[in-house]
Write a new protein. Sequence first.
Length: 170
Amino acid sequence: MKDPLNEQQSLTLRRHLETGLPLVSRPFQALAEQIGASERQVLDQVQHWHEQGLFRRVGLVVNHRALGFAANAMLVLDVPDALVDEVGRRLGQAPGISLCYQRPRRLPQWQYNLFCMIHGRQRDRVQAQVQTLLEQHLLNDLPHQLLFSTHLFKQCGGRFAPPAGARIDG
């Protein structure tokens, strides 16, 4: 980096990024103004952290319930290991699936290794959508469950910077 942020600017930027990007047309410019830096310095620092593996992506947390999506469910499947990548790719691209990921089984209590999130407005429509997906992808015979959300938990991103006021010199 040509003109890196100083240590305090870098730490403050990390804290700001943990709480989310400002909802403005130029969020990195707004962050730069808050830490006394240029937009280019902020973008370079974010790119540097990305290259270091500090974070893999920038995401968006949507409050589905506030948008009327109250019938949210996780479809869990027990997919043979040899097929899980292919089935996951297909389901991850299917309409209505907002995310799809593999997790290890926790036998004997939990046999499922593929998880698909579906957000809907009505429970019966989500159930019908899942049934259609299972039929279209020939997955009806696999062990599966449809688990509807019963509680809304606050979502937030990772925390990597020490809290404001904490000593960082050991």
